[in-house]
Every structure is written in C-alpha cells, then in structure tokens.
Design a protein around this ligand. Structure first.
Ligand SMILES: Cc1cc2nc3c(=O)[nH]c(=O)nc-3n(C[C@H](O)[C@H](O)[C@H](O)COP(=O)(O)OP(=O)(O)OC[C@H]3O[C@@H](n4cnc5c(N)ncnc54)[C@H](O)[C@@H]3O)c2cc1C
Length: 361
C-alpha cells in the first residue's frame, strides 16, 4: 500500500492487486517496533532505511490521520534491552560497541545499571547488572496503520482489486505489458511485485525468476496479546530475544518466534506456552491476565534482512519491492521512498545499490 500510494503521488495511475484482502498478512501480524532489535548487529543497509523511516513516520502518521480519521497510534515507548542477544536470526552481521555505533549515526543507546532499569520500567524481572536503553524508539499499531493506508488508497485514487491473483505476465520483446487475472488481461507500463514472503514463489510461478533469483523465504513468527490495562508497562522491553510491547489502551503484545516451516501459518501450543511463560517471567503483573489472541505471520526473510528493491535484471518494466524480513514496518516508508526514486531515476538520500535485485547479499 505504501508503494502504491507513493507511485500515485508521482502521478502514476496505480492498480493494487491482492489475492485476498490487503493488510492481512505479515504487516498485520507484526509487532510494530520501529527499530531493528539490537540494531548494531544489523547491516548498514538495514539501519540506513530504519533511520530514514524514523524521520518520515511522524509526518506520515499525521497525514494519514488527517486524511482518513484513523489514528495509527505512533507512540514513543523507548526500547529497553535487558541482555545482548542478537535475536537468533541470520540478520546479525556485526558486533560493535552499541554506544559507539549509536554515536556514529546520531542515534541514542545508553548503557544503564540495574538500579536505573527499574526507573525506566518498574515491575520487570531483571537479574543482570546492566541493560541497553534506546529512549527514542517508537512503535506503531500496525493493524491501524494498515486500516489508515487502505482508506488512503481511496482518498488518493489507487484502484484496489482484492481477491484477485495474478496468473501470468504479458511479456513481449523483453518488456512487461501487463498482467493476466481471472482470464483477463490488464495492461500496464510497469508491474511491481510486493508479495512479501510469497515474492520468490510468485516469480517462480510466473516463470520470471531470472538468473539471480531473490532469496526471499517465509519465516514464521507467532505472537500473542494480553488485555492488561493494569500491568504498568510503558516501555517496549526485550529479554531472551523476545519482547513485550505495551499498546496505548493497555494491551500487551508478546513476541515472537522465528521458525523456518515454509508457508505454514498455524499456531502451536508449544509457542503459546513458551511466549506466555516468558511474559510472566519478565512481568509478573501479567499473571492471571487472559490471553486475548494468539496468531502467526510469515515474515519475508532475506539474506541479512536486506530488502530487494529494484528492476528485474532482464525484463524491462518489472520491479520487485519485498524481503524486509523482521523490519518491514520500520523500513517500509524509507524503502518506498528509495524505490520510487529508483524508478524515477532520481538521486536520493540513500544509495540504492545494496538493495538491487542482483546485489550480492
Ligand atoms: C510476528 C512478527 C513480528 C514482526 N514484528 C515487526 C516489528 O516489530 N517491526 C517491524 O518493522 N517489522 C516487524 N515484522 C516484519 C514485518 O511485518 C514485515 O517485514 C512486513 O510486514 C512485510 O510487508 P510486505 O508488505 O512485504 O508483506 P505482507 O504484509 O505479507 O504483504 C504481502 C501481500 O502480498 C499478497 N500476496 C502474496 N502473494 C500474492 C500473489 N501471488 N498475488 C497477489 N497478492 C499476493 C498477500 O496477500 C499480502 O497481502 C514482524 C513480522 C512478524 C510476522
């Protein structure tokens, strides 16, 4: 939806196709933390997009709220990390001193002692001697962001076709001329694939995977929410590679698992018990609070978590914008900005090379 809106803002006539309802997959399932977790472990290509998005989010949310009346609840909760676990994923590429890392990038990471931890967030169990504190980290209530974006599609005249699956591409003389859906041809000067975890699979199904297939694969994440208005939680707190995210209305999200199980989106009893036990260990005030919901989503996993945004190496007019892995909500606005600059052949703030279809990752 971000990509469609940004292209529309540049004057393109845009049709957005989704094989179900928009905004029901990973972007809905995620936690909405607007920073990579332990960002110093990530590649610069990820952090550059994250930091640019952090600048873009306040104005984006404000204009969505004005245009649609839906408040995506951008909240400056800060991120308190009680231990230094990279997050059990392959996105970790470097281990730097977090304070030096932050100083070089204009970010704020503080090393705080055990006594200061309870001043930042009371009521959490912390056995360690110190913790990392990022006071400026924001969160977004992603299901509401998606509702606002969907309403903005109407406001700006993006043509939305839901429950429609692309069955083929019209390609001649090395250029795409449109798509085939429900036996009909829809003509277009350009086609942008934004199918999240299903992007490589879709390219394969359409027979256009090319010589350098993008390595996007599903990585399941399970989350749950507790309705806990009296938990006292105000900060996003991480420990053991997991986290609690307190929403504005007192709900607390508990996340998440990282599972390589293909396109299987079922939830499991093991994850339910383990996430719940983690939540109670970290925040004993959550004991006795019922689990309101438990769900799973498929992250679009990619090498080092670096998204692909670029033109197909062989077929003109075919573009890809996908593969944001664990950080699609935080990277989304900036990667969209960069994507459009790349399409328009403009020189932007960021270098697009690390995200190219055929860039080594
Ligand atoms: C548990 C969990 C926690 C997360 N937490 C965070 C977080 O705190 N912060 C953060 O920044 N990120 C987080 N993420 C990651 C983030 O959610 C994703 O990186 C991001 O949402 C990916 O967006 P997307 O639009 O590429 O994919 P999606 O939101 O999955 O959208 C893909 C869309 O493509 C459609 N589609 C697929 N195939 C086809 C087809 N063939 N034809 C037509 N349509 C198709 C789908 O129906 C879907 O609507 C989390 C993810 C999960 C699962």
């Amino acid at each position: 939806m971000l990509t469609a809106l940004a292209l529309r803002a540049r004057g393109y006539a845009v049709t957005l196709l989704d094989r179900q309802q928009v905004g029901q997959e990973s972007s809905w399932a995620g936690g909405g933390i607007l920073s990579p977790l332990y960002p110093w472990h990530y590649a610069d290509a990820v952090n550059a997009l994250a930091q640019r998005s952090q600048q873009l989010y306040p104005a984006l949310v404000e204009s969505l709220r004005e245009e649609t009346g839906v408040d995506p609840e951008l909240l400056s909760s800060g991120l308190l990390m009680l231990d230094d676990v990279a997050g059990q994923d392959s996105a970790s590429v470097q281990a730097l001193d977090p304070v030096l890392w932050a100083a070089a990038r204009g970010a704020v990471v503080q090393r705080i002692g055990a006594g200061e931890v309870s001043a930042v967030q009371a009521g959490i169990h912390h056995a360690g001697e110190s913790a990392w504190w990022m006071p400026n980290v924001m969160q977004i209530r992603n299901p509401r962001l998606l509702r606002a974006l969907r309403a903005a599609l109407d406001v700006h005249g993006v043509h939305l076709l839901e429950q429609v699956e692309v069955q083929g591409l019209a390609i001649s003389t090395g250029r795409v001329h449109g798509v085939r859906v429900n036996g009909q041809a829809l003509s277009a000067d350009a086609v942008v694939l934004t199918a999240g975890a299903w992007s490589t699979q879709t390219l394969q199904a359409l027979g256009v995977v090319g010589e350098h297939p993008p390595a996007i694969e599903p990585v399941r994440g399970q989350m749950m929410v507790l309705n806990a208005p009296h938990s006292g939680l105000r900060r996003i707190v991480m420990s053991e590679g997991r986290y609690l995210i307190p929403r504005k209305d007192g709900r607390v999200l508990v996340g998440s698992t990282l599972e390589h199980v293909g396109f299987d989106k079922v939830t499991t009893e093991v994850a339910r018990e383990s996430l719940h036990a983690f939540a109670l260990r970290l925040c004993p005030a959550l004991a006795g609070v019922p689990i309101e919901a438990h769900w799973a989503g498929l992250r679009p996993g990619s090498p080092q978590g670096i998204p692909y945004l670029g033109a197909h190496p062989e077929i003109k007019g075919l573009f890809l914008h996908a593969g944001h892995f664990r950080n699609g909500l935080v990277m989304g606005p900036a990667s969209t900005e960069l994507f459009v600059q790349m399409v328009e052949k403009e020189v932007g703030l960021l270098n697009a090379a690390p995200y190219a279809w055929s860039a080594a990752r």
